[in-house]
Design a protein around this ligand. Sequence first.
Ligand code: WT7
Length: 656
Amino acid sequence: MPGPPDALAALLHESRRFPPPEAFAERAKAGPEVYAEAAADRISWWEEQARQLTWARPWDRALEWELPLAKWFVGGELNVSVNCVDRHVEAGLGDRVAFFWEGEPGDTRTITYAELHQEVCRAANALSELGVRAGETVAIYMPMIPETVFAMLACARLGAPHTVVFGGFSADALRGRVQDCDARTVVTADGGYRRGAPSALKPAVDLALADCPGVRKVLVVRRTGAEVGWVEGRDVWWHDIVDRQPASHTPEMFDAEHPLYIMYTSGTTAKPKGILHTSGGYLTHVATTHRLVFDLEAESDVYWTAADIGWVTGHSYIVYGPLANATTSVLYEGTPDTPSRDRWWQIVERYGVSILYTAPTTIRTFMKWGAGLLEGHDLSSLRLLGSVGEPINPEAWMWYRHHVGGDRCPVVDTWWQTETGGIMLTPLPGVTATKPGAAMVPFPGISAAVVGEDGTPVGAGGAGYLVVTEPWPGMLRGIWGDPERYRDTYWSRFPGCYFAGDGAKLDDDGDIWLLGRVDDVMNVSGHRISTTEIEHALVGHPGVAEAAVVGADDPTTGQAIVAFVTVRGGVAEDSESGARLVVELREHVAREIGPIAKPRQILLTPELPKTRSGKIMRRLLRDVADNRQLGDVTTLLDPSVVDSIKDRMTTAGDGD
Ligand code: WT7
């Protein structure tokens, strides 16, 4: 395992402590006893949490565990959309706001639970009319608009697993996902608004579906009014079919293990993995963590997860967790700098946001833009701040706490993954004395450890790999269509344990600090991207002979993508054709995967450093990219290759 980078090593000597403010601790949802209660009997503690949901049939057994296959709440039946919507209306909360939605151009919509119920019922009726049945997958490729939530809940209501594909992904990425999960219906929009302009989605759908003969119907929301291509018999406008449906729908109940959704995420190969989540355990996990980690007061809080619904954070903490808890949330379509860089603080002030959950990369962007942008905005409604997606550096943590939280709001750094479904490591805001940069401890009912190469737990002060040692309710139920990859990826490295792929360290108090990924997965702006996937895209270009991609440290995005490329026939980087190729390759990657995968830098080099057995030495390239002292080069076939690459690195400018 690579040792911790310098910045991370330094933060392990962090001595600042921030205990919960007294008033906060006194009225917090979770007190210190919750850890002991959960530890006394983990499984019954989770059962107690599950009982807060509405079940049509109680479960017979809480857990069936046959490594690596878990079933939670076996025999239980429920409907996820009923739990997120109907039961709140029935409990008299119909007038409570579910979402304050704000479009990027400034259009707004307030949706109460009663309205959400009607919209979800109409959408479910429309999807049924289009032939969607329980067990049949629906792909959702949408901007951040209310219809995205309606569509997800309508799918859940019908028992049709959804796969939401992030709107920033390319047609190729969409095609691969639709094919992999055999989606028969696609829900999309003409486009959405980003950075002050309409950004089209439908053309990518049309392109992708040219190779997806299984897709029968495409349901299209009109959002931007842009002209769109139309396939008669396949394409249907949302307003034509959904709006005329009855606003009620009798839901069917499903098994606790019925598939809820598939979320694709990058692994260490070129093919993304379809992570499968099911119903009862997942909903229990996200509802419980949402209530306790964010100390939710559903009657009064205004909660905002500022992330995209296209990622797991949006699934668990914009849609399922908050709605299961009858939360009032903010949903914002666009970017933080449109029309001005204080857009978020306008939103916090306008809706009285009390809980804000976002990613370190955004916090660092705000730091770069300057604290002055927050001045003049009343942020006094905030009472709790959360961070997710990547390790948060203490400087960003402190800035968040001071400038956004006015030094009065606890900051919770939450570690989890697409695979874990919900939060796994986190402070509890009314209990834990936080340390800037540490995810601290496992959530109650979660068992995790840091282990060494041989799988034995390291002691206080030790570093190693993060593992989860017991099954948990929200855990993935497998990789869609690939049980072997599921076992290999997560359950073979440390027998009996789930291997997360992250390095971690225990400090002297035994609290956990995350050190980043230990595999070929990068984390760019909180998005997981595989080096292999980008290499695959690069070598797919006719001009490229070979490519190696590494993640370099980046002050804003956490990691940045750096690609080393050898060119067929050879081309000099400083030549005009070399410069043209670099531009073309960046566009090529954006087209193949999506703009988020565009390398920050592409270096054309005559050779890549290889071992005598022909393996590319990515570790060395990482050192070069980070400008570090070079590691061991004794196994290198031709050590001079690295020097020549280093020279190029220092003379080459950034990609953009
Ligand atoms: C990877 C999972 C969790 C939803 C968003 C990302 C990194 C996530 C933290 C954190 C340090 C973190 C890990 C993890 N990560 N949260 N609080 N501290 N690292 O989901 O795309 O599945 O990525 O993100 O490396 O393995 P994801």
